[in-house]
Ligand binder design. Structure first.
Ligand SMILES: [Zn+2]
Length: 301
């Protein structure tokens, strides 16, 4: 009735990724129907790494629980793990059953589609504001934007509050969800398999395996081209942060604590806890422009 596949390279690869798992389902359109489900994450270069996939009868409590039980069997539970998906109730229920201490986060795109359905008037005016709020790195920024939302349409604020800030806002998330604000990567997998999903189940599985094998091969090849230990996307982030850092003034308070003046705004960087009051150092888990300014000063002293 159900099928679950986690190939060995997926299981080994997950050990090298942040433990953020995105799940989604897509209907099969062949004679036997059923739903294709997948779990995936982003690797150290920012490419999609499929973790597990399978076929279930439909998205319901039993089938998703079964999927997560097998996922747990293959991947275990990791510290600071989280699951991101649309707000399908069965997924939320299954996560809380199989992984009681792992938070479930909403895909902000799906959440916003719901808001738009109920409050059509605010759809255009608040869309950018909502995404800025979901992605905010600092509590102050979040509060400031939320105040704006409240002034414009307090029903939207009520709805978002009821959904639970910790479910969709980066700054309220109990476990770091990194850059995984949407379940986009799972939909990317589904969109690569549109035609294949019309095949009978067994015939469908082979192109899935081939697709994932191709990705694996291509991503490995790309990874050999990098000239540092960082994957390309993160190398680019560092370069951008480095460029931003060039005009900042750094004032040490101790050997690990620094004040950084960034265009009139003052930030505090702690090298021991790897934090910055801009929020990015600890959430991106890569030095922000302020931390780089500090490192540059240390290097030149
Ligand atoms: Zn910073």
């Amino acid at each position: 009735m159900y099928l679950f596949i986690a190939l060995y390279p997926f299981i080994k690869g997950f050990e090298h990724c942040r433990p953020i798992v995105v799940v989604d389902g897509a209907h099969l359109k062949g004679a036997y129907k059923g739903t294709f489900v997948s779990a995936s994450t982003l690797d150290g270069a920012g490419c999609i790494l499929p973790l597990a996939y399978g076929v279930i009868d439909s998205e319901n409590d039993n089938s998703w629980t079964w999927f997560f039980e097998h996922f747990r069997g293959a991947f275990g539970e990791r510290v600071n793990m989280c699951v991101v998906s649309d707000r399908h109730e069965s997924i939320i229920k299954a996560v809380s059953r199989v992984y009681p201490s792992v938070p479930h986060y909403a895909c902000v795109w799906h959440l916003w589609q719901n808001v738009c359905k109920y409050y059509k008037k605010s759809k255009n005016t608040l869309s950018d504001v909502f995404y800025a709020m979901a992605k905010a790195y600092r509590q102050e920024d979040f509060d400031e934007i939320m105040k704006k939302v409240e002034d414009m349409d307090h029903r939207v604020k009520d709805y978002l509050m009821l959904a639970g800030y910790e479910k969709w806002a980066r700054v309220h998330a109990p476990v770091n969800r990194g850059r995984m604000m949407t379940s986009n990567i799972a939909e990317c997998i589904n969109s690569c398999l549109v035609e294949e999903r019309e095949l009978p189940i067994i015939d469908f599985l082979e192109p899935v395996r081939i697709l994932f094998g191709d990705w694996n091969c291509r991503n490995r090849e790309k990874a050999t081209y990098t000239f540092t230990t960082l994957g390309r996307k993160f190398q680019e982030m560092l370069v951008v942060n480095e460029a931003k850092s060039s005009r900042m003034t750094v004032r040490p308070s101790s050997e690990s604590l620094y004040g950084v003046d960034d265009n009139g705004r003052r930030y505090i960087v702690c090298l021991i806890s790897k934090t910055c009051s801009c929020g990015r150092f600890q959430l991106d888990e890569i030095p922000c422009s302020h931390a780089i300014a500090v490192l540059r000063r240390k290097k030149h002293n």
